[in-house]
Structures are given as structure tokens and as C-alpha cells.
Design a protein around this ligand. Structure first.
Ligand code: NUP
Length: 266
């Protein structure tokens, strides 16, 4: 069992379905007193959300786009955010990288050695050689896009059931026990099928909350055997539960409500 999987199991605290809080800061949506500081307020915003949710979250998932968009200021905020996350909580860098091996190696370095993520998301549609440099970090998680939450997932991923081939490949790539997969909450029927094929691999499910996915259906279809094998991500539904000065309290309430529903589904 990989170090990544051990950490995930511990962070899950016995829960089959766990909360992944998506840290996708958008200064335009911050409460007025932070909005005026723009990207300079990202770190403070994230820290308040982390402090309010850290006993409820098994995983934090910053999406790199929300930091890279602000250049140096954003990247500094990402480092500060990662430094603020308690060490027992799993971090997933949602970067969806995918490139020829020589370049993928540098992406893996940046995300694992540089930023120090426990796991990253990878776009596998360029093929095995592009995923290998990530897999070489056997102590870290490599979470592969299978069937994404967006409407365009029908264009290629569903074509000839291509996503099922990706599940098969993910199982082959899992020699070190450090591979996971991403399935959007929009596809509960396929999620059940994928769970059967994928065994007890961790499945990260985004798309609950702002994108309208059905949490109960996701739990029913996606639960694994061990704790922490189903990770439900909610970003906007937690971060922007209130646009007022009470945003951190509101993020806690939203997270509490989700965790309550996850426990009921067990
Ligand atoms: O299929 C995917 N759908 C998706 O929304 C794969 C993802 N990684 N995501 C990401 O999850 C998305 O980029 C965002 O960071 C988060 C969902 O955010 P929200 O809809 O809960 O705000």
C-alpha cells in the first residue's frame, strides 16, 4: 500500500465517503472587505476557510488555475495556503496535466517536489508515456480523469465508451497502489459500473453543489470498501456559501451539512 493511500485512509477517519474541499479562490466573489484587496486577499480567504473546515475535510483540492491566473501573487498564495493545511489532511493539486514524457517529468517535479502535493490530477488522454513520470512518485497519488463532470465529457470520453478503457489502464498503472480516478457526479450510472471495474481505487467525484450533482446517488454508486475511497469535492458550494463577512462560518455550515449527508449515506 502506498504512502498516499495510507494517508488518505487515516484522513478519512473511518468514513467511506469523505469531503474534499475545493480551494478555488475567485477574488471577484470574496466579501467586500477582501474583494478590494483582489488577489492579495487569496491567502487570507483560504486560511479562514481552512480554519473553519479542517476538522470536516479529509482532503483539500486547490485547482491550479485559480492561482496561476494571478501570476506571482497567486503562486505565493498557493504556497501559503498549502503551508496552512494541517499535515494529516491530504492535498490534491488539481492541475490536469498531460504531456510528452520529457515535459510531464517537469510537471511532476513542479507539483510533487516543488509544491509538495500528496496527489495530483492527470489528464491521461495522451497515453501511458505521459502518465509514467507521475507514477514514478510511488509515494504520491496520481488521479486520472476518466469521465468528467462537464457536458463536453460526451464528445470524446463517452465515444465508443473510451472512458472504460481509461479505467482499465488506470488499474494497470496501479502497480504501486497510488492511482485514483476522477468521475463527475453527473454520471451515477457509469460511476457504479466504474466502481466495479476499478476495485477499491480512490474515486474523486467533483460536480456536487454548483454543478448540480446528486450526492445521495453518488454515494450509492461510488462507495468503496475501505474508508476514504470515495472523495466528494465541493468548491463553490462551500467557499461562497455566503458573500458576507460571515463567509467562513457559512463555509463551515455548508461543509457540516455535506458531511452529515455523507454519514447518512454510509
Ligand atoms: O470532471 C471534473 N469536474 C470538475 O469540476 C474534474 C474536475 N477536476 N473538476 C474540478 O472540480 C473543477 O475544475 C473545480 O476545481 C472543481 C469543481 O468545483 P465546483 O463546481 O464545486 O465549484
Amino acid at each position: 500500500v502506498s504512502k498516499f493511500l495510507d494517508k488518505l485512509t487515516a484522513a478519512a477517519k473511518g468514513q467511506a465517503c469523505c469531503l474534499c474541499v475545493g480551494l478555488d479562490p475567485d477574488p471577484g466573489k470574496f466579501p467586500a472587505h477582501l474583494k478590494e484587496k483582489g488577489a492579495g486577499a487569496i491567502s487570507e480567504f483560504n486560511r479562514a476557510v481552512i480554519d473553519a473546515t479542517k476538522d470536516l475535510a479529509a482532503v483539500y483540492k486547490p485547482n491550479l488555475a485559480f492561482y496561476e491566473a494571478h501570476g506571482e501573487t497567486g503562486l505565493r498564495a498557493l504556497s501559503e495556503t498549502l503551508a496552512h493545511i494541517p499535515s494529516e489532511i491530504v492535498t490534491i493539486g488539481d492541475a490536469k496535466r498531460g504531456d510528452i514524457g520529457n515535459s510531464a517529468k517537469q510537471y511532476a517535479r513542479a507539483l510533487f517536489d516543488g509544491l509538495g502535493f500528496d496527489a495530483v490530477t492527470v489528464n491521461p488522454y495522451m497515453g501511458t508515456d505521459c502518465v509514467l513520470p507521475f507514477l514514478e512518485y510511488a509515494d504520491r497519488g496520481v488521479i486520472v480523469l476518466v469521465l468528467t463532470s462537464n457536458p463536453g465529457s460526451a464528445d470524446f470520453q463517452r465515444h465508443h465508451h473510451l472512458f472504460l478503457r481509461v479505467v482499465e489502464m488506470a488499474a494497470e498503472w496501479n502497480k504501486s497502489g497510488n492511482v485514483g480516478i476522477v468521475v463527475g457526479a453527473q454520471h451515477p450510472e457509469e460511476l457504479a459500473k466504474i466502481r466495479l471495474l476499478a476495485g477499491d481505487m480512490p474515486i474523486l467525484v467533483p460536480g456536487v453543489g454548483a454543478q448540480g450533482g446528486d450526492l445521495a446517488a453518488v454515494i450509492e454508486a461510488g462507495k468503496g470498501k475501505e474508508p476514504g475511497r470515495l472523495l466528494v469535492n465541493v468548491s463553490r458550494g462551500i467557499l461562497y456559501a455566503s458573500s458576507g463577512v460571515d463567509f467562513a462560518d457559512a463555509s463551515r455550515k455548508a461543509a457540516e451539512d455535506l458531511v452529515g449527508r455523507m454519514k447518512d449515506g454510509d
